[in-house]
Design a protein around this ligand. Structure first.
Ligand code: URA
Length: 434
């Protein structure tokens, strides 16, 4: 087999066979096929797409390129959850303990944040002592003992995807639905999931700005899951404005705790219940969506979801007292208010700008090597549809370093659009693809 023939085949709009895709990924991972040939193939895929079968083959070839986590010794059906990334998206911190309290085993590998979106591992590390690197044995044991464990992804998982993603990043081939779908699904499958719930974000602050693209991506991932025997459901949710009010690591942990106590923002609570109910259904704990929602609502109401969060923090050596005393989380030195310049109603709140402003405060990374400040971030007070008067607080900046504060204030203010008309908040849950 010669790589040049595979490039030509894809260039001419034909589908590669399973063996050809395996040859390509294996050869690339071993360093036998050079970057320039894989770049040419990726560009041909960008223009000509891939069939559903090719996309599933690419996914499984990347899964086989590294470690495949074996969760067989964990009792029950393991359902993973993945978000394509958003601003203020702390749903894993809520959904994990919530579904674990309902009897779904949660064995989750999570990542760190990059750019304007955050990562679960960074958020958890704002809890003093919390360990995010468990051995595989400790990870499995903890899920069997308390029903939930979250650990960082290791370099051994899907190395071919990491290599290919880095290449796509510098060859303008990231934005290809089959390449994105196979990249995301390969990591979930290698992580050992039996079934997968995807939260595909759409809107200004999302990877997929247009709803129709989010639906195409969701369908591509559901198709991969179906073909490889991992039942997959995708929820398309809004990311035109941040989720909840808090953006920044420790601030988001506090908001997740409030939500587990039943006192969280309405949108975060609703999305957590929606995603959680899909997980409960896939895990076959109950048989209807209504039952799944009711079960999860009862776990919030009776405090068992919050108790599960406490047990989870304790098991991973974190300071579980933060549950009752959130002031034990890292606190920023300064709080600076941004207030409304005029009367009106919030008609837009650019999530990406809020994410970038939080990053400037130190809450996120612009490169993988950047260190983050867990204490800092932004707490929004007004979101789309809220009425306000001149001088009403729009947001509070939590800062340690004031050197760029005027710039951050201006960016937060610019993220808000205020109109004289009445405005309805965008619908949160747009579609379910299954
Ligand atoms: N996230 C991924 O994991 N892979 C992509 O290709 C794009 C986003």
């Amino acid at each position: 087999m010669r790589m040049v023939d595979l490039i030509r085949k894809k260039r001419d709009g034909q589908a590669l066979t399973t063996e050809e895709i395996e040859f390509l990924i294996r050869g690339y991972a071993k360093g036998e096929i050079p970057d320039y040939q894989v770049s040419a193939w990726a560009m041909a895929v960008y223009f000509n797409g891939m069939t559903d079968r090719e996309t599933a083959d690419l996914t499984m070839a990347m899964v086989r390129s590294g470690e495949q986590v074996d969760l067989a010794s964990i009792r029950g059906k393991k359902v993973d959850k993945h978000s394509t990334g958003g601003v203020g998206d702390k749903t894993t911190l809520v959904v994990g303990p919530l579904v674990a309290a309902a009897g779904v085993p949660v064995a989750k590998l999570s990542g760190r944040g990059l750019g304007h979106t955050g990562g679960t591992i960074d958020k958890l590390e704002s809890i003093a002592g919390f360990s995010t690197s468990l051995t595989r044995e400790a990870f499995v044991r903890q899920v069997n003992e308390i029903g939930i464990a979250v650990t960082g992804q290791t370099a051994d998982l899907t190395p071919a995807d990491k290599q290919l993603y880095a290449l796509r990043d510098v060859t303008a081939t990231v934005d290809s639905i089959p390449l994105i779908a196979s990249s995301i699904m390969s990591k979930k499958i290698a992580g050992g999931a039996d079934a997968i719930v995807l939260d595909v974000k759409t809107g200004h602050g999302a990877f997929m700005k247009k709803e129709e693209d989010a639906i195409r991506l969701a369908k591509a991932m559901v198709s991969i899951g179906t073909q490889v025997g991992r039942e997959t459901v995708a929820v398309i949710s809004d990311m035109n404005q941040p989720l909840g009010f808090a953006v920044g690591n420790a601030l988001e942990v506090k908001e997740a705790i409030d939500t587990l106590r039943g006192e969280g923002p309405a949108d975060l609570t609703e999305l957590s219940l929606t995603l959680g109910a899909q997980m409960v259904l896939l895990a076959e704990v109950v048989s209807t969506y209504a039952e799944a929602r009711a079960l999860l609502a009862s776990k919030l109401a009776d405090g068992s979801a919050l108790e599960k969060f406490r047990a989870f923090i304790r098991a991973q050596h974190g300071d579980a007292d933060v549950v009752d005393h959130p002031e034990r989380l890292p606190q920023a030195k300064h709080r600076i208010e941004v207030s409304a310049p005029t009367d009106g109603t919030v008609s837009a709140l650019q999530a990406e700008e809020i994410g970038l402003a939080a990053m400037k405060l130190g809450a996120g990374r612009s490169t993988k090597e950047d260190r983050i400040d867990h204490a800092v971030g932004i707490v929004l007070h007004k979101k789309i549809g809220d009425a306000l008067q001149k001088g009403t607080p729009l947001a509070t900046l939590h800062a340690n370093d004031l050197s760029r504060i005027e710039d951050v204030k201006a960016q937060v203010l610019a993220a808000y659009e205020i109109s004289e008309e009445t405005v309805v908040a965008p619908k949160l849950v747009r579609h379910i693809v299954d």
